[in-house]
Design a protein around this ligand. Structure first.
Ligand SMILES: Cc1cc2nc3c(=O)[nH]c(=O)nc-3n(C[C@H](O)[C@H](O)[C@H](O)COP(=O)(O)OP(=O)(O)OC[C@H]3O[C@@H](n4cnc5c(N)ncnc54)[C@H](O)[C@@H]3O)c2cc1C
Length: 439
């Protein structure tokens, strides 16, 4: 059923998963939405990306499940294989984590970022008819009490009721919201990443087992290093990521090239199969994991500009939640705007932050805790309790329904904001965080 039009005009800057989800959800809730994106044409960039069941629940609602079905065919299927966790030096499997059954209403997706992005992008543009202006670099943001807008490189100004800055880790919108340039710091770690076809892997007797019998997922855990290797699309594509210590401070980029010799040095003394996998790699990316202190706010002074996704809160890959949390943001702002109405946009934007802030912080922390658990493994404890090394899939994260939560808690968020304006009263944060999470 078509939604009731709200008359709210929304500009979204950035057509990543955050911006596209916000656009699709705004469209679903009856707002008029337009995207401005810097890249001139769609390209299948990146490598492995993960969406937890809380992201899958969002995809599953689009086009009566047709989008989820398209994504499924591109993603890893670990129903039979599970996740095998090895000790880095001996190579022994210390824990075999089974894959939970896929739930149709909330499936999990792991696949090539560019391929999945293309499905979502085409759905937004071609099926829903959302205008996506490519090759449009947004140079400036502005707002008044009644409206917000952007200035494009061409000098053209465009206005709307709200601007959503979904412009990624190097967000320009963030400068306006914060009033200063928020520089990233090194997190002390970097990730080498690669994606390639199985041609050489299948020709090598040491590695062919990973490509012959469908999809696989293996992890080797070492001191301050972990190496994850998966084969996808029935074992046709291979992908690995290796997280290691690195103090270099460089830009947050996906395209910085890496060197295999550096990887070999880190893998000295490791299970030889790791090098046998890595040496098949035609090219790799060296991605420095930067850290940002949590932003004090995602909302501009007049609450007409909102930061969303990585622009507001970058995640470590060990949370496997960066893209999913960007999607949850998109769902939440779309619901909040519907509930606030055209005359209540600033209140809706502030309510969005109230609904999201504590949850995002809590999920962000899981990226650090999983990394630390793996990088400082006590092998005696693992011997006693192998499950202690598993990749966590907590219910308060994965069982969450962002749309229902926003609908159920919007009024409460508005009340809390009103109380916050009375300084003598203390407010407790809304639940959406562990342990008392409503799903
Ligand atoms: C090219 C690319 C490849 C990636 N590959 C992976 C990967 O392999 N694995 C993984 O886990 N994550 C990857 N990511 C990051 C991942 O997609 C995000 O962490 C997550 O999906 C949150 O997305 P987002 O929409 O908040 O930000 P992003 O995905 O970063 O999207 C931000 C968008 O805003 C656009 N933009 C930025 N500034 C402006 C401007 N001034 N004007 C107009 N548009 C602007 C960018 O071009 C980009 O498309 C990649 C991101 C990019 C951009």
């Amino acid at each position: 059923m078509a939604p009731t039009p709200t008359g709210i005009n929304v500009i979204i800057v950035g057509a990543g998963f955050g911006g596209l989800t916000a656009a699709i959800e705004c469209h679903r809730q009856g707002h008029n939405v337009t995207i401005y994106e810097n890249f001139p044409a769609l390209k299948t960039l990146g490598d492995i990306i993960s969406f937890g069941a809380n992201g899958g629940r969002i995809f599953a609602r689009w086009a009566d499940g047709a989008i989820a079905r398209k994504l499924r065919s591109l993603c890893i299927d670990l129903t039979d294989y599970g996740f095998r966790i090895h000790k880095y030096d001996t190579g022994e499997v210390v824990y075999h984590q089974p894959t939970p059954p896929q739930r149709e209403e909330a499936p999990v997706f792991n696949g090539h970022r560019g391929e999945l992005h293309e499905v979502v992008f085409n759905y937004a543009r071609d099926e829903l008819g959302i205008p996506i202006h490519l090759g449009q670099h947004v140079d400036e943001y502005f707002e008044t009490e009644d409206k917000a807008g952007i200035v494009l490189k061409s000098g053209e100004r465009v206005e709307a009721d709200i601007v959503i800055g979904a412009d990624g880790v190097r967000s320009k919108a963030r400068e306006l919201v914060l009033g200063y340039v928020d520089k990233p710091k090194s997190s002390g770690y970097a990730v080498w990443r690669a994606w390639f076809s199985n041609k050489d892997m299948i020709a090598d007797p040491r590695t062919k087992e990973f490509c012959e019998n469908g999809d696989t997922f293996n992890g080797w855990i070492g001191p301050d290093v972990h190496f994850l290797f998966s084969t996808i699309k029935g074992g046709k594509d291979c992908c690995w990521v290796l997280t290691h210590k690195d103090e270099h401070d460089i830009d947050e980029s996906w395209s910085f090239p890496g060197k295999l010799e550096d990887v070999y040095k880190v893998l000295e003394g490791w299970d030889p199969v790791c090098k046998a996998i890595v040496e098949k790699t035609p090219s790799l990316v060296d991605w420095k994991l930067v850290y940002r202190d949590p932003l004090p706010t995602w909302v501009s002074k007049h609450a007409r500009i909102l930061l969303l996704g990585d622009a507001a809160h970058p995640f470590l890959p060990t949370s496997a939640q960066g893209a999913t949390q960007a999607m949850e943001d998109g769902v939440t702002i779309a619901v909040a705007l519907k509930r606030g109405g055209k005359d209540g946009v600033p209140a809706a934007v502030r309510a969005h932050q109230e609904l999201r802030y504590e949850r995002v912080r809590a999920v962000q922390k899981t990226g650090e805790s999983t990394r630390d658990r793996w990088h400082k493994t006590d092998w005696e404890t693992v011997k006693q309790n192998p499950k202690s090394i598993e990749f966590p899939r907590e219910d308060w994260i994965h069982g969450f329904d962002a749309e229902k939560y926003a609908e159920d808690n919007y009024d409460e968020a508005i009340k809390k904001l009103a109380i916050k304006q009375e300084p003598e009263e203390e407010t407790a944060p809304l639940a959406a965080v562990p342990p008392a999470v409503v799903v």
